[in-house]
Design a protein around this ligand. Structure first.
Ligand SMILES: [Zn+2]
Length: 185
């Protein structure tokens, strides 16, 4: 289902331009400025809530790498680069991609603050760094008018166990119990 707010959001943010993506797919995976591919994120209220007065500076300094290794996107804790699957960027749902970027930008901020992103003392769905990242993404999804059902589908990645998924949904006050959800990769 397409929501008008999603369309509006996508137009406003111009998540990326197909021209650049096509060029990228030809040239392969190298390091690029985030702002070269992802436009207008400094205008997102959600992004400003993450970085505050540092928003422009953080986005300006952020590097992005495109990779063919699969998956969605993640932050390389060794150098702070945002790692993005080229296949996902090309074929993935645009709203999912936008929400994933919000999620990963929270990790970028956490890393800058010296937080441990992969604290093994916690399971995935209880890890404070993950909960904070999901909370920002879900708040933004709600602000855009997405239904709980749509958000639950977004949350349900194939590598998340049933237990993790149910726990996370509960933590985020989402009603995800009515059906089996599965994000399209
Ligand atoms: Zn995360």
């Amino acid at each position: 289902m397409i929501y008008w707010r999603e369309l509006l959001m996508l137009r406003l943010l111009r998540v990326f331009t197909m021209l650049r993506i096509n060029r990228l797919l030809r040239t392969g995976g190298t390091v690029h400025p985030f702002t070269e591919y992802f436009k207008g994120f400094e205008k997102s209220e959600s992004v400003r809530r993450i970085f505050g007065g540092e928003t422009e500076k953080m986005l300006r300094n952020l590097k992005v790498e495109f990779t063919w290794t699969g998956g969605y996107m993640w932050v390389n804790a060794a150098n702070g680069h945002l790692m993005v699957s080229s296949k996902y960027l090309k074929n993935g749902d645009k709203v999912d991609i936008y929400l994933d970027i919000i999620h990963e930008l929270v990790h970028v901020k956490q890393l800058m603050n010296g937080e441990e992103l992969f604290d093994a003392n916690y399971g995935y769905a209880e890890r404070p760094t993950e909960v904070e990242a999901y909370r920002h993404a879900v708040d933004e999804a709600k602000r855009l008018g997405l239904s709980d059902e749509r958000i639950c589908t977004y949350l349900r990645t194939e590598w998340m166990s049933d237990r993790d998924f149910e726990g996370l949904a509960k933590t985020l006050n989402l009603n995800c119990s009515s059906q089996a959800y599965a994000r399209q990769a």
